[in-house]
Design a binder for this molecule. Structure first.
Ligand code: CA
Ligand code: CA
Ligand code: CA
Ligand code: CA
Length: 356
């Protein structure tokens, strides 16, 4: 009798122990819809890859979404999805925007890009009036990686320098410091190199908190200190092993920066066409995952490579910001396959579902 009560107590204790663990386990799943899709990219097949948002300095509604066609170059789209420009500059894999770089005593915004045609880091100035790109590198900046993949900018609060992180097919990570080269030209110097164990593409830096996040596609999201003098110790943000909602490959990474260091780190999970949301700060609790469904003649999103987020009010179309995702399978309103493109989601659709 006594022993059976004891066993019963153990069972009850065991059950109680299970309850909080289940409560903590992630269960938010939701679907949002796009309000805009871009014109299809230039190249047929797997071509659209990575978007980057540029905020116009004075007229926010004139902001642009740059996007790579990894076979042909860089598109510039307006917030209505229409094409503003196309730059046939080669096999541009990933891109990112950096703000406030001092060049020739003028503060400019830049776009960085990884170009697989020559295995280079490309740097363009963005014209503040109309968003036009102009190459400003004094000479080709060749990566040491076997094949360049990802790129992101990092503006250091510590030394005010602008850096670019580049990831490579074999897990190489390089940190480049962008430097004036006289007049309106720049170059970049490799200031740090380290290596992950397998292929990395998605990269994003948190300028405010001084971290860079790395997507090791088949393994995990890692966090590293972004300043070049820091240690290369990496911190596990989230691994594929241990979270059934994360399946290979982990592709694009993007950060939504809220007030007081709040916000989200979002990863595109190509393997199950979802987007996984984590808190912006350690220990990076997993908040849930969402999909992008179809809406009023715009098809849903699957097999995403790159993503981008901005929380800036860009006028009536995107008053609380924008989430941009590449779509692997772009269909027209009759379901006919077209070249790949990018979908735009109003940020509040995501924020509301997250309960913000
Ligand atoms: Ca792809
Ligand atoms: Ca990709
Ligand atoms: Ca689609
Ligand atoms: Ca479509």
């Amino acid at each position: 009798m006594r022993s059976s009560i004891f066993i019963l107590m153990l069972v009850v204790i065991g059950l109680q122990a299970c309850v909080p663990a289940e409560k903590e386990s992630p269960k938010i799943g939701f679907t949002v819809t796009p309000s805009v899709e871009t014109k299809p990219v230039k190249s047929v097949g797997d071509a659209a890859d990575d978007p980057a948002i540029w905020i116009h300095p004075t007229r926010k509604e004139k902001s642009l979404v740059f996007a790579s066609d990894k076979q042909a170059g860089i598109h510039a789209f307006g917030l209505n999805g229409k094409e503003k420009a196309f730059y046939p500059v080669g096999a541009i894999n990933n891109i990112d925007v950096g703000y406030g770089y001092m060049l020739d005593s003028q503060k400019i915004d830049i776009l960085v890009a990884t170009n697989r045609t020559l295995n280079t880091l490309e740097i363009y100035s963005i014209d503040p009036r109309n968003g036009l790109l102009r190459s400003i590198t004094s000479e080709a900046i060749f990566s040491y990686a076997n094949e360049v993949y990802g790129v992101c900018t990092y503006k250091s609060k510590e030394d005010s320098q602008l850096y670019a992180f580049v990831s490579g097919k074999d897990g190489e990570i390089e940190q480049w410091q962008i430097q004036n080269q006289g007049g309106k030209l720049v170059t970049a110097t490799a200031v740090r190199k380290f290596s992950m164990e397998s292929r990395c593409e998605g990269l994003v830096a948190d300028d405010e908190l001084g971290f860079v996040y790395i997507a090791e596609e088949d393994v995990a999201i890692w966090r590293v200190y972004a300043h070049p003098d820091s240690s290369d110790d990496y911190f596990l943000v989230a691994g594929i092993e241990g979270n059934p909602k994360l399946t290979a490959e982990i592709e694009g990474l993007a950060i939504y920066t809220g007030d007081n260091e709040t916000g989200y780190l979002i990863a595109s999970i190509q393997g199950n066409s979802s987007f996984a949301v984590f808190e912006r700060k350690a220990p990076y609790p997993y908040l849930g995952s969402f999909h992008i469904g179809e809406m009023a003649g715009i098809d849903g999103v699957s097999g995403t490579d790159g993503i981008a987020i901005s929380g800036v009010n860009m006028g009536d179309a995107f008053p609380n910001g924008i989430f941009v995702a590449q779509d692997d399978r772009n269909e027209d309103s009759e379901g006919k396959l077209e070249n790949q493109n990018f979908k735009f989601v109003k940020w509040e659709a995501i924020q509301d579902s997250l309960g913000g």
